[in-house]
Design a protein around this ligand. Structure first.
Ligand SMILES: O=C(CO)COP(=O)(O)O
Length: 252
């Protein structure tokens, strides 16, 4: 039985004092069991403080991006080794907002996935189709190609440790959730793609999240789908109360 992994993606929100206060109100309350893993993916300037505040609790702290190089002349960038050194455990890679606004490509996503494993970070690799692609029946091909490109040349054991987040772009921040059936169909497809490039045993281990307007009111139905192992949550992860409700849903 795979555990549920629920990650909040705060995106570019909160001030440091608000981020710290969020941890004060949630870190000790996130479930401490084998059923659910709770992660907050926060802006870079908050990470050191949040890691400190999460110490001794089950809450993990993740980044929302990283460079694939270890160090060097990359002004404005943050390396995986810096994140690891801080005590960060996860990094979101290839979010559609980064692909759209910051020229993230399948190739850079793959380089970042390799770099994450090299430095002991767990990548949360995002994939998802636009509304036009969905309407043109291109969803399954597009997702397969994004997933294959992201996982290229990773070892089977690395793939088994990877978290893949399916986030249909038309459902992000729009209040429009994919129906649990639509979400489930694509997540099942992702597991098939992973099986195709590795093995059934590895595909069964991969955590596949759904993301896109997930909230306490719809998470139960999404998590009830056999191939949906968690959620990557934007808006509803910003308030302590709804964040904790999402975690509770994961323990059911
Ligand atoms: O992009 C998302 C998480 O990475 C989803 O954002 P929302 O939950 O705000 O739709």
């Amino acid at each position: 039985m795979r555990k549920k992994v629920i990650a909040g993606n705060w995106k570019m929100n909160k001030m440091l004092s608000e981020a710290n206060q969020f941890l004060v109100e949630t870190a000790n309350k996130v479930p401490n069991n084998d059923h659910v893993e709770a992660i907050v993916c926060a802006p870079f300037p908050f990470l050191a403080s949040l890691v400190e505040k999460a110490k001794g609790t089950s809450l993990k702290i993740g980044a929302q991006n990283m460079h694939y190089e270890e160090k060097g002349a990359f002004t404005g960038e943050v390396s995986p080794s810096m994140l690891k050194d801080l005590g960060v455990s996860h990094a979101v890679i290839g979010h559609s907002e980064r692909r759209e606004y910051f020229a993230e490509t399948d190739e850079s996503v793959n380089k970042k996935a390799h770099a994450a494993f090299k430095h002991g970070l767990t990548p949360i690799i995002c994939c998802g189709e636009t509304l036009e692609q969905r309407e043109a029946n291109e969803t399954m091909n597009h997702i397969a190609s994004q997933v294959k490109a992201a996982l290229k040349d990773l070892s089977e054991s690395q793939i088994a440790e990877t978290i893949i987040a399916y986030e249909p772009i038309w459902a992000i921040g729009t209040g429009k959730t994919a129906s649990s059936e639509e979400a489930s169909d694509v997540c099942t497809h992702i597991r098939h793609v992973v099986k195709e490039i590795t093995s059934e045993a590895t595909a069964e281990k991969v955590i596949i999240q759904y993301g896109g307007s997930v909230k306490p009111a719809n998470i139960d139905e999404l998590l009830a789908q056999s191939d949906i192992d968690g959620a990557l949550v934007g808006g509803a992860s910003l308030e302590p109360e709804s964040f904790l409700q999402l975690m509770e849903a994961g323990t059911k």
